[in-house]
Design a binder for this molecule. Structure first.
Ligand SMILES: NC(=O)c1ccc[n+]([C@@H]2O[C@H](COP(=O)([O-])OP(=O)(O)OC[C@H]3O[C@@H](n4cnc5c(N)ncnc54)[C@H](OP(=O)(O)O)[C@@H]3O)[C@@H](O)[C@H]2O)c1
Length: 293
């Protein structure tokens, strides 16, 4: 049997795109899933096979690593168990002879005041010292946090509402570009021992994004008669919305913590590393959003 790449978090927002992108390069992808109902869809989007398990269960990790050459580990977002999960995947990978480990981190894990950044920093250190062949991927905030769901044609303006200062800048990145870069890094050993900061091409505030959206609406001759505006969502409103959607309390605390950090510092990064890996300029916010309308 051909050796393959195991992708964890495969059915999530990031994982699905990474699986698709790897399969376009002809990789033999095994998706690590906890929900059997997702099997058919994962096979359809490019997985060659699936394994079922819980990232917190060592036995299921061990079973998932049979005949695996490379682990592409994407942990659940803002997860308090990030270190335990990653440690188990690294240790068991070593013990069963996995050759290479790709860790999906975040840009600026050194921002220790944001818990999930700090946890990812500790995981990066663990991987570097593990003796496994490795690469580390550090993406910035995704463009995909802004989608078309806030646009409406009713008698109120469409409000792009995020829980931070509407003038703070972010080098948001298109997740499709991240998935392409991730696949290239995973399948080609020339990227070994690299830690790759992946950011989008422009430093944009919420207000800048609204201006770009208004340009697209005008160019495409679309009509949102009551306009589009940017607004800072209050932290209490964020808490309430998250609670109503069933987000666990620990994750709500981390969301508040992260957004307060963004409110103070924004999230800036340089696009050149991403451009080098994907061999073209990363997508602009305008290109990303135009495709949604
Ligand atoms: N959003 C951003 O802008 C951004 C930027 C940089 C880095 N990141 C990082 O990207 C990573 C992925 O984020 P995402 O938004 O793609 O996540 P997501 O959509 O919430 O997906 C999480 C995935 O993990 C799986 N999962 C969760 N707990 C599990 C468990 N105990 N055992 C097995 N599987 C489990 C979920 O399975 P189910 O489908 O069964 O729920 C799902 O496939 C995170 O580490 C995040 O920090 C995100």
């Amino acid at each position: 049997m051909t050796k393959s790449i195991l992708v964890t978090g495969a059915s999530g927002r990031t994982g699905r795109r990474v699986v698709k992108s790897l399969s376009k390069f002809g990789a033999n992808v095994t998706s690590f899933l906890r929900n059997p109902e997702k099997k058919a869809e994962m096979l359809k989007i490019g997985s060659s096979s699936v394994v079922f398990g819980d990232m917190l269960d060592k036995d299921s990790i061990k079973k998932s690593l049979v005949n695996i050459d490379t682990v592409f580990h994407i942990g659940p977002p803002m997860c308090p168990d990030e270190i335990e999960i990653t440690k188990n995947f690294i240790n068991i990978s070593k013990s069963v002879g996995v050759r290479k480990f790709i860790y999906y981190s975040v840009m600026h894990p050194l921002r220790r005041n944001v818990r999930h950044h700090k946890l990812k920093l500790d995981c990066e250190e663990m991987l570097i010292e593990s003796g496994l062949l490795y690469s580390i991927i550090q993406p910035i905030r995704y463009m995909q946090h802004v989608n078309i769901s806030f646009l409406n044609k009713s008698d109120t303006p469409s409000v792009l509402s995020m829980p931070f200062d509407i003038n703070k800048k972010f080098n948001v990145v298109d997740l499709e570009d991240i998935a392409l870069a991730s696949a290239k890094i995973a399948i080609d050993d020339t990227w070994l021992y690299g830690t790759f900061e992946l950011a989008g091409p422009q430093s944009l505030s919420q207000k800048d994004m609204v201006d770009i959206i208004l340009d697209i609406i005008s160019e495409k001759k679309l009509s949102f008669p009551n306009g589009v505006i940017a607004r800072r969502m209050g932290i209490d409103e964020l808490r309430l919305k998250a609670k109503e959607s069933g987000v666990p309390e620990d994750k709500i605390i981390q969301m508040v913590n992260m957004n307060n950090h963004y409110n103070e510092y924004g999230f800036l990064g340089n696009p050149k590393v991403l451009e080098m890996i994907i061999e073209r300029p990363p997508n602009t916010f305008k290109e990303y959003f135009s495709n949604l309308l």
